[in-house]
Write a protein that binds this ligand. Structure first.
Ligand SMILES: NC(=O)c1ccc[n+]([C@@H]2O[C@H](COP(=O)([O-])OP(=O)(O)OC[C@H]3O[C@@H](n4cnc5c(N)ncnc54)[C@H](O)[C@@H]3O)[C@@H](O)[C@H]2O)c1
Length: 431
């Protein structure tokens, strides 16, 4: 099928590359001409396993190309995915302005019978919103164009795998014929397909993310309580997780959830609840626990630094919002380190994937080339992202290079007993 993809960011690039891999003819657009030029050369701007090969194969087979401008991707397409960002607005709601601009750009060029698919995460009502914008812009010239919702559930770091082997495919559409067309795109993907109304499809995405965020805040709250009663949250999570109704996933305490989805999506769902007169106290609690978790982590680092950050040096391991990605959007590490720096500490940070973004995101940070350099001369070492490589460092070397031997492990990544034996003061989360 001929597919247009609007937005070649995380989700758009994954959608375009994977659909080309499945045999479709894909034209993906972005506003950013540098990004488009890089992508057409097979130069992938994000760290994502399998993506370089998929894009190279797509370009070589001519089933995939990148263009500047949404209209250029939509013009000859039977199905057009909207994959632009839906960031958090000032009032907490999802900001649909990028979606609206994209819809206005494509409306004049849509072919008769085209299906526009909302893949970006958009609140309930957005399918109708896009339909209205398209009709307004085309001034009654739209011929049998339908809008469907097909939310994306990929996890960064395994986006390709998740797209090609999803747990489920959700299609929300009032028009059965259009829903079948969207389903046909995924014919060679083995996964349950849920065809439903647009509002339910939109809600499935928000409810899923809010539920996962709830699990994280729940185990963080339990971890905080474990600290008070001398229990070990890792044992608690293990004992809980064997119950299949609970499961092990997302029961890892840490510095709070972050990234480009959970903070904004929980906030947008809360906004939806508020505007419909429902007091979603549970979700409010999830968000509060999360904000509080950033502050608790700062407090732990401050306390390890002797009660004040003035004149202190904090070594930081990890800046990305989780391991195996180079994405730093809304990363807990950034929230925490901005506060640590605001209170007067010098931060020496290392992240295996953050690259030059570190200095842009944290002005004044000492960006280090490796984990040892970050620890060197610091009063406290804070582990903020769960990169596997941090487990396997030479901690004797680190001990001798630090000004004072204190570690705050906000991911419970390291072995407390081994570190204490060496002479470190170790503080984890909930243990
Ligand atoms: N990143 C994830 O893990 C993930 C997972 C599931 C869902 N989502 C949702 O998918 C959506 C996109 O997220 P993302 O992380 O891919 O965002 P992103 O910021 O990485 O990508 C968006 C891209 O769209 C481009 N763009 C914006 N307006 C455009 C226009 N008019 N024409 C052409 N290109 C345009 C931007 O230049 C950018 O490259 C969001 O709603 C997000 O919540 C993201």
């Amino acid at each position: 099928m001929r597919v247009g993809v609007i937005g070649s960011g995380y989700v758009g690039l994954t959608t375009a590359a994977c659909l080309a891999h499945l045999g479709h003819e894909v034209v993906a657009a972005d506003l950013d001409s540098d990004r488009v030029a890089r992508l057409n050369k097979g130069d992938i701007p994000i760290l994502e396993e399998g993506m370089p090969k998929l894009v190279a194969d797509g370009l070589a087979s001519r089933r995939l190309r990148f263009v500047v401008g949404a209209a250029n991707a939509a013009r000859d397409a039977e199905l057009i995915f909207i994959c632009v960002a839906t960031p958090q607005g000032d009032d907490g709601a999802a900001d649909l302005s990028f979606v609206e601009i994209a819809a206005r750009e494509i409306a004049p060029v849509l072919s008769p019978g085209a299906v526009v698919i909302n893949k970006s995460t958009m609140p309930v009502g957005s399918t109708r919103f896009v339909q209205r914008v398209l009709h307004e812009t085309a001034g009654g010239q739209l011929d049998r164009v339908t809008v469907a919702s097909n939310p994306e559930f990929l996890r960064e770091g395994q986006a390709v795998r998740d797209f090609l082997n999803p747990d489920r495919i959700v299609i929300g559409c009032d028009d059965p014929e259009a829903a079948v067309k969207v389903g046909d795109l995924y014919r060679s993907v083995r996964a349950p397909v849920i065809v439903t109304d647009p509002a339910s499809a939109e809600m499935i995405k928000y409810a899923s993310n809010a539920f996962l965020a709830t699990k994280i805040s729940f185990i963080n709250a339990i971890a905080n309580l474990c600290e008070e009663v001398d229990a070990d949250v890792r044992e608690v999570a293990l004992g809980m997780g064997y119950d299949p109704r609970i499961g092990f996933q997302f029961l890892h305490p840490g510095p709070g959830y972050g990234g480009s989805c959970f903070p904004k999506d929980t906030s947008a769902l809360l906004y939806t609840a508020q505007t419909h007169g429902y007091d979603f106290g549970l979700l409010k609690g999830v968000i509060d626990v999360n904000r509080n978790q950033y502050d608790r982590t700062v407090a732990k680092i401050r306390s390890a630094a002797g009660g004040s950050f003035e004149g202190r040096v904090v070594g930081a391991w990890g800046l990305t919002f989780k391991a195996d990605t180079d994405d730093m959007r809304d990363s807990p590490a950034l929230h925490i380190l901005r506060q640590v720096m605001a209170e007067g500490a010098t931060v020496r940070a290392y992240d295996p994937a953050a690259g030059e973004q570190a200095e842009n995101q944290l002005p004044g940070v000492v960006a280090c080339q490796d984990a040892y350099e970050a620890a060197n001369g610091s009063d406290v070492l804070a582990v903020l992202t769960e990169w596997d490589e941090f487990r396997w460092k030479d901690f004797d070397r680190i001990l001798s290079s630090m000004r004072s031997a204190s570690i705050v492990d906000a991911r419970n990544l390291l072995d407390p007993a081994a570190l204490r034996r060496r002479g470190f003061k170790y503080v984890g989360i909930g243990r």
